[in-house]
Design a protein around this ligand. Structure first.
Ligand code: NAD
Length: 296
């Protein structure tokens, strides 16, 4: 069993660290928030005093932080100096491709192996250990990190070299964001045209519009499998995080010279939604913007 330093114990990291402890690893956990630390301790992790303390003597360091600037500062200011040279660094946060490549290059300059390993699947998947990991890094680093990631997920896929995991993640989420907006438009229009939501669900889930947004995460309450819509759009994947990912995708597209008009349009709609009072809600709540029920 491995010694793992885990940094960032929020909505996602809390469940992920708990699953590593449950698998029998020794997890030294750190977060800036006391409540997150207490939850990790209750789940079988040991409390570390700082990010550097969590990394000391670790075989693996896993980070699950909000954005690129947090990842850069945690590694550059704390982890790099504390971690043993043999350790593998795994950043599971969703961050911009440029920061992912920069932090990986900085690690390589110090002789440290690092992978970017962002996840698909929300808080429920983090808690149940059924995340999908898309991994960027060398073959050796991937092979070493795979069993650790597998303890937190149902699929671990090598996407390519450093930064490829983040590239795959934003490409996935540009499709997801645009598909969710289109799903919400279709269901809102169906209601305005007098169709029964369940009847339209039965049709759309078997017709050519079928997608994950419809059959696994239907944005209407009482229709399809249980989803955040059935819980007042609480929990799940916050609209503000979808906006963050769409911004990262549009930014990356600009740098790569790619055309992403649907992603940009979805991003503008999520920006309008997040500007209202419902910004903490799940991203499927964008249906409120489209059917006119959003709080102003
Ligand atoms: P979160 O805000 O709940 O958790 C982030 C945690 O990092 C917080 O507990 C915060 O205190 C901690 N933190 C911030 N700076 C720190 C530092 N310097 N040292 C130690 N701890 C620090 O966010 P989350 O929902 O857990 O998301 C984490 C990452 O996962 C993000 O990049 C997000 O885009 C990505 N993600 C989230 C979801 C989701 O459904 N929530 C799904 C897929 C990917």
């Amino acid at each position: 069993m491995a010694r793992i330093g885990f940094i960032g114990l929020g909505n996602m990291g809390g469940g992920m660290a708990a699953n590593l402890a449950k698998a029998g690893h020794t997890v030294r956990a750190f977060d800036l928030a006391e409540a997150a630390l207490a939850r990790a301790e209750a789940a079988g992790c040991t409390r570390a005093a700082s990010a550097a303390d969590a990394a000391t003597d670790a075989d693996f360091v896993v980070t699950m932080l909000p954005a690129g600037r947090h990842v850069l500062s945690v590694y550059q200011d704390q982890v790099f100096a504390a971690v043993p040279p043999s350790a593998l660094l795994l950043d599971c946060s969703t961050i911009d491709v440029a920061s992912a490549r920069a932090v990986s290059a900085a690690a390589a300059e110090r002789g440290l192996a690092m992978v970017d390993a962002p996840v698909s699947g929300g808080i429920a998947a983090a808690n149940s250990g059924t995340l999908t990991f898309m991994v960027g890094g060398t073959d050796d680093a991937f092979a070493k990190g795979e069993p650790i990631l597998a303890a937190m997920g149902k699929a671990v896929i090598h996407a390519g070299a450093a930064g490829a995991g983040q590239a795959a993640k934003i490409c996935n989420n540009i499709i997801l964001g645009a598909t969710m907006v289109a799903t919400c438009e279709g269901f809102a229009l169906a209601q305005k045209l007098g169709l029964d939501p369940q009847t339209f669900y039965d049709i759309a889930s078997k017709a050519t519009s079928q997608s994950w947004s419809i059959t696994s995460y239907c944005p209407l309450p009482g229709v399809g499998p249980t989803s955040p819509a059935d819980n007042g759009y609480q929990g799940g994947f916050a609209a503000a995080l979808m906006l963050k990912d769409l911004k990262l995708a549009v930014e990356a597209a600009g740098a790569a010279g790619a055309s992403v008009p649907m992603g940009a349009a979805a991003g503008a709609l999520y920006q309008a939604f997040v500007n209202g009072d419902d910004q903490g809600l799940d991203f499927s709540a964008i249906i409120k913007l489209l059917d006119g029920t959003q709080h102003k």
